[in-house]
Design a protein around this ligand. Structure first.
Ligand SMILES: Cc1cc2nc3c(=O)[nH]c(=O)nc-3n(C[C@H](O)[C@H](O)[C@H](O)COP(=O)(O)O)c2cc1C
Length: 180
């Protein structure tokens, strides 16, 4: 075994997928890229790791809502572009080829080019650990999109797309709530 620098330990369990977080601060829409995400229950609840160094954070904190939009692999370069500039000085919806759609419950926009979207309410912000806790209000999926592989960041500017799919529904049956 080789010792791995602790700063790269996260790459061993990087959950992915890379997601986009849209916000609306009451004046303008913005979007950022986030790869540190977590599902915290079937409720449905989620968590993202982000903080005040990002412009989006203010909108998350003040409006208590966002859309968690999930791009497929065809949006990899767009997702990286979105995550390497800031809404503080850039209109990302003008800069990147994204089509906005109106969400049902929140002012933050859906993104038509994404494979899935979850409209969310911010239920908690754990400042000490830079964790924003989200509750899903509505979810959307576009089955017509040809590319359905999700993107996973594996550190050092490298990414993988979903690969082979394994069906273990029978083995998992007793652990899954109805319909999941
Ligand atoms: C692939 C990728 C993944 C990223 N993941 C995160 C993340 O998990 N949490 C975070 O706070 N920032 C993450 N970022 C950085 C933000 O997306 C970036 O700081 C962005 O410019 C913030 O935009 P804003 O200032 O308009 O909010 C990521 C960037 C890229 C390119």
């Amino acid at each position: 075994m080789e010792e791995l620098p602790l700063s790269r330990a996260f790459t061993l369990i990087e959950p992915g997928p890379v997601v986009l977080i849209t916000t609306n601060d009451g004046t303008a829409d913005n979007v950022m890229t986030v790869t540190w995400t977590m599902v915290t229950g079937f409720a449905p609840t989620f968590a993202i790791a982000t903080g005040p160094w990002n412009y989006s954070y203010r909108a998350l904190r003040d409006t208590r809502e966002c859309v968690l939009a999930i791009p497929a692999a065809d949006l990899l370069d767009t997702a990286i572009g979105i995550g390497t500039c800031s809404g503080a000085d850039t209109d990302k919806f003008a800069k990147f080829p994204l089509t906005r759609a109106k969400a049902r419950h929140v002012r933050a926009p859906l993104i038509r080019e994404c494979l899935g979207q979850i409209e969310c309410r911010v239920t908690d912000i754990v400042e000490q650990h830079n964790i924003v806790v989200l509750e899903g209000l509505a979810a959307w999926f576009d089955p017509a999109r040809e590319e359905q592989r999700l993107i996973h960041a594996v550190g050092n500017g490298t990414f993988v797309a979903d690969g082979e799919r394994f069906d273990r529904r029978e083995m998992m049956r007793s652990k899954l709530p109805d319909g999941v």
